[in-house]
Write a protein that binds this ligand. Structure first.
Ligand code: AMP
Ligand code: MG
Length: 412
């Protein structure tokens, strides 16, 4: 049996970012970009107006006020998308719309609200300063500037920026394809009503959802019976995946053959058993060069082991550098006791109270109690040597989702 740290270190050493694939930017949200994007152009490409109004020579407007207005001749109309043909000379102005390129000769824009149009002239009521209401070439992005950094997760603003640069296709890290196998003679498919002694295979679904949450792609390989030959056949079917996850069959029971099969066809068992609860019987190895996580069968054990070991691996494969869940300190509102020797991941409900977080366990911590994961939004991490959490003391919590976000809830 090895420690959680040692297990994690061994596992992560076996994963590197996968290769790149080209995808359309509309499919790229939350994907990790595999290239630096340098701007191929200035944005804006030319000086243009930030307002609807009049392009003027600022010097002409010196001393102009409401009481001492100035009349200028309007020589041209420049809607957005059109380029002026004429140059603005002393005593002249051009009508200009937001986004239209500033005509030669002009060096300021006067807002429409500070003017009055009279036929072919305009009356100006304020004195402009040089560059008033002009957006300059490259003020958003300069040609050659780094705008999206390699290995960043793409958000809507990044997608918009890529579009502004005319990049419709980009390189992102490939999504890991993750084969999911559930082992057990007691398992039936989701569509079957379980007969005596049988249960529905729920692990394939919780694990697939966890895989999706990591941005990876689950491949559902269904249920396999507790027979060595069946297991071998099933694992061989999974060999074109990037990662294989099985659940069940890794304990010390008479029908727990996953380890044997891993040892025989893979000849690469890295370790079996981790000093943690839930999740002790985890086996990690490889078959045919494909990394294989033999997760325990108990629904909570499978999910918690996934959280601790599979999730960071899948994130690393996609180029992420932040691969661990956020941890916070919270005040535990109840006593909790355990024996030494194992790290415990205690399902808990975390909520905010003022500027503090409170943690309450979800109750029964049995590794078959899937409801304890349904109600939990965090895992209290209790160290190997700890034996007791005293009510009112601080604990470390791994957050399982964003339910503690800073946003206010809607009060219904
Ligand atoms: P095992 O690790 O194979 O001994 O399984 C431990 C416990 O987890 C048993 O009670 C199994 O019935 C249960 N279990 C195993 N696989 C699944 C699964 N795919 N879905 C739900 N429960 C499971
Ligand atoms: Mg089993």
């Amino acid at each position: 049996m090895i420690s959680v740290e040692k297990a994690l270190k061994t596992i992560l050493a076996n994963f590197q970012p996968l290769g790149l694939e080209k995808i359309n930017i509309l499919e790229a949200r939350e994907r990790l970009i595999g290239e630096n994007i340098l701007s191929s152009r200035n944005i804006p490409s030319a000086d243009n107006s930030a307002m609807d109004g009049y392009a003027v020579r600022w010097a002409d407007t010196k001393g102009t006020t409401q009481d001492h207005p100035l009349k200028l001749k309007v020589i041209e109309d420049i809607p957005a998308g059109k380029v002026a043909r004429k140059k603005i000379k002393k005593g002249e102005a051009a009508r200009i719309m937001t986004g239209a390129v500033i005509p030669n000769g002009a060096d300021a824009v006067v807002r429409q609200e500070d003017t009055e149009k009279n036929g072919t002239t305009v009356t100006i009521y304020i004195s402009a300063k040089r560059a008033d209401h002009i957006r300059f070439t490259g003020e958003d992005v300069k040609k050659g500037e780094l705008v999206v950094r390699k290995n960043s997760s793409l958000r809507p603003a990044d997608i918009g920026m890529l579009a502004a640069l005319g990049k419709s296709v980009i390189n992102v890290y490939r999504k890991p394809r993750v084969a999911i196998i559930s082992t057990g003679d007691e398992l039936v498919d989701i569509k079957t009503t379980p007969g005596p002694g049988k249960i529905v295979n729920s692990n394939s679904y919780s694990l697939a959802a966890q895989v999706l949450e990591c941005g990876a792609e689950p491949i559902m390989l269904g249920i396999v019976r507790d027979r060595k030959t069946d297991l071998e056949k099933k694992f061989k079917k999974a060999l074109d995946a990037d990662v294989i996850i099985s659940s069940g069959g890794v304990s010390v029971g008479d029908y727990d053959f996953v380890k044997n099969v891993m040892g025989e066809i893979g000849n690469a068992m890295h370790f079996w058993q981790v000093a943690m609860r839930p999740g002790k019987p985890l086996a990690f190895g490889a078959i045919g060069g494909v990394p294989l996580f033999g997760l325990p069968g108990n629904p909570v054990s499978a999910m918690v082991s996934f959280e601790q070991f599979v999730r960071p691996s899948l994130l690393k494969m996609q180029g992420h550098t932040k691969i661990f869940r956020q941890t916070i300190k919270a005040v535990c509102v109840e006593d909790f006791q355990k024996k030494t020797g194992f790290r415990h991941f205690i399902r808990a409900i975390i909520r905010r109270k003022g500027d503090k977080y409170l943690a309450m366990t979800t109750g029964d911590q049995g590794s078959g109690i899937l409801k304890s994961m349904v109600t939990a939004n965090g895992l209290i991490v209790m160290g190997e040597n700890e034996t007791r959490i005293k009510k009112g003391t601080e604990v470390t919590v791994q957050l399982l989702d964003n339910s503690l976000s800073l946003s206010e809830s809607l009060q219904l």
